[in-house]
Write a protein that binds this ligand. Structure first.
Ligand code: ASP
Length: 305
């Protein structure tokens, strides 16, 4: 059984971005699934799916990722292989195009799981990653708008982030994730993000925290999105995969994970998951989360917003 599920972030999408986001997740699920059909491994297919989302400027990952309070673009990503529990992750890296590919290199070419900032960038240079500016004009002007709103009377305190996001839902938008099952039973999950708009420089969220934003076992994989400060505190992705391993189907496991997060920390989040039979699940406590999935036996990708 082969299966793919992708997400394009939780939060609230502006009206003009809804169709673009739906098309974006559909294209990414198709790209990953077509790769599986032509014999690619779950690892290759997951990287292909996440790269398609990173390269699409509508999402908050890679090209078009959101900016820090001081107008920079620091990217986080992680990838994890279920059968071996191998993982690679990158935090706060600047000026590269595809952080998911750098996370994979960290997994495959180093003894480490997570590299951050300058060290991650140096490693990227060694691995031949080209210099790339992921900041788009669209994001730069959104950033200017948001900063103006905040400077006009909003104090910017991290413990106020949820309240802030309720007032300015566009602060949280568009992290990406992909979970893949190949016909050998391998499961791989990958997640990539620019983090939260107007984050402090140096802030790392849940995405590259193995277990929080991304987790895979031989039985299940999950990718989370939402306010990283909440997701990290309940270790959301691992919790959902644990539920699945205990026999809970992925849709109920995702719902249980989001319910638990909502009750315990009360912050915004969403999650997608998949098990080794190819059952998929997803849940969110926000207004939107573009999701697309396809598996053997389906004749086209299903898209949900
Ligand atoms: N989870 C990401 C972070 O906190 C943001 C998001 O999912 O939109 O870095």
């Amino acid at each position: 059984m082969r299966a793919v599920i992708v997400h394009g972030g939780s939060g609230k999408l502006k009206q003009h971005k809804i169709e673009r986001a739906k098309n974006g997740v559909k294209e990414a699920a198709e790209a990953a699934y077509n790769a599986l059909l032509s014999g690619a491994s779950a690892l290759d297919a997951c990287e292909i799916g996440v790269k398609s989302l990173e390269d699409n400027p509508v999402f908050n990952a890679g090209t078009g990722a959101v900016l820090t309070l001081d107008g920079r673009c620091e990217l986080d990503a992680a990838i994890m292989v279920g059968s071996t529990y191998s993982a690679g992750a990158v935090g706060g890296v600047e000026n590269i195009k595809n952080p998911i590919s750098l996370a994979r290199k960290i997994m495959e070419e180093t003894d480490h799981v997570l590299l951050v900032g300058e060290g991650a960038k140096k490693f990227a240079n060694l691995m031949g990653f080209e210099e790339y500016d992921p900041i788009t004009e669209e994001r730069r002007s959104e950033w200017k708008e948001l900063r103006k709103k905040l400077l006009l009377g909003e104090s910017y305190k991290w413990h106020k982030i949820n309240e802030l996001i309720r007032r300015f839902p566009e602060l949280l938008e568009g992290t990406v994730g992909c979970v893949v099952l190949d016909d050998k039973g391998e499961i791989v999950a990958g997640t990539s993000t620019g983090g939260v708009f107007l984050k402090l420089l140096g802030r790392v969220g849940d995405t590259p925290m193995i277990g929080a934003g991304t987790y895979t076992t031989p039985f299940a994989g999950a990718s989370a999105t939402g306010i990283g400060e909440g997701i990290m505190r309940v270790v959301l992705a691992k919790t959902v995969t644990d539920f699945i391993q205990m026999g809970v189907p992925p849709d109920m496991a995702s719902q249980a994970g989001i319910r638990m997060l909502t009750e315990r920390v009360g912050l915004s989040a969403g999650v997608i998951a998949l098990d080794r039979e190819g059952n998929v699940g997803f849940s969110k406590n926000t207004e939107n989360m573009p999701v697309a999935f396809i598996k053997d036996g389906m004749d086209k990708v299903e898209v949900v917003i």
